[in-house]
Write a protein that binds this ligand. Sequence first.
Ligand SMILES: Cc1ncc(COP(=O)(O)O)c(C=O)c1O
Length: 455
Amino acid sequence: MDQKKRFEELSIKDAPKILTTPPGPKSREILKFQEQNESSAVSYPKGMPMALARGNGATLEDVDGNIFIDCFSGAGVMALGHGHPEVLKAAHEQIDKVTHTLDIPSETRMKLVKALRGILPKELSRIFFGGPTGSDAIEQAIKLAKFNTQRFGIIAFEGAYHGMTSAALAVTSDSGHKDGLGPLVPGVQFIPFPYRYRNPFGCPDDMVDEFAADNLERVLVDSHSGYSKPAAVILEAVQGEGGTIIPKPIFLKRVREITKAHGVLLICDEIQAGLGRTGKMFAFEHAGIVPDIVTISKALGGIGFPISAIAYREELNTMPPGKSIGTFRGNMVAFAAGAAALNWMVEQKVPEYAAELGEKVMKRFREIEKRSKILGEARGIGLMIALEIVEDKKTRKPSPELTKKVRKMAHQRGVMIEVGGHHNNVARLLPPLIITEDLMMKAVDILEGVLGELE
Ligand SMILES: Cc1ncc(COP(=O)(O)O)c(C=O)c1O
């Protein structure tokens, strides 16, 4: 069966279908229960009030029978969509065999390692499964960098999001997540990322990538920069939560050269941008570089099973047995689902499909940007797409209020999106990579309508 037909079968074709403006009565009841019983820190239902019933491919149904086009994918997790049949089959088969083995090997574990080795650059010859979340992988990567260099500093970038645990939060830039928590992990320093639309250097906008790389070199070379030689530089090859910031390949190439020249390890966080999202299996491939350590999670569990991994170079494989341990490093169901998902992704050329569809979507959004009074910039790579919303296109004043409205109105019309960015003014689209062109373009039409109405 051809790829187009195969992808069509995964989702509900006639989505979106809104029967009652969300949240409908059943959703309201469940949301009320959640509000009364769960933490005040619960966040996503605030922007997309609904209770979910089931998912098919790039579509999700709530308990009131509304069907949505999912352009959010559970924060980038559901790369192959909801309820993917081959992945489900692998998970079902595994659950009857063995589900928890710590790091004692199994055939299933071997399958996932082989699948990962098959898509990673050959230089990244070692895989380590840490705790189940992306943040765990970040902790693991930082620990490995420190252990190998015997240094403790980390350079991270403004706009970075690496997670919520102690070291991962320390290298995350958003003060909203950090305020009131006191000092986290010492030795972390931030430098500007090449954010062209909000150029932090005052240079010509098309030079921002070179300036950002030069600045990294400067802080490493200048003994009065206040930066001691760090263990590692950590970055997202395409920043996600920071607002889908896409550097030019030259930036990543220069960062690779500079870190290598200074004996500083380069950690590339591929938790969100990796596994096909940007149109390549890993986002760093766009620059033709190979980092020293790569973090992987989100889509790795196939259909949302929590696992994470780091991949790293042979010469960093120095930890003695037991140096880094943990209970949940061997979820066999996640491994089985992950292996099935990765193999299917390769077989069906999912990253290539994401690249092609992403270009078509960006063509539409760039046209909309020209006409729109509030869409400051549309940017995207593969199916990692962002709409930066502003009050005024000349001043570029960010509008978090309008962005919130974009998400709310899109949700009410049956399209789920995320909001992020430095000023919470970036509407972010992370659809499953198997979304059909038809559903994707319906989502674009709906967003175009919403932007038009908000002007
Ligand atoms: C780039 C990146 N790194 C790390 C994380 C943290 O992953 P988790 O939420 O699973 O801890 C995220 C989550 O959004 C992410 O986008």
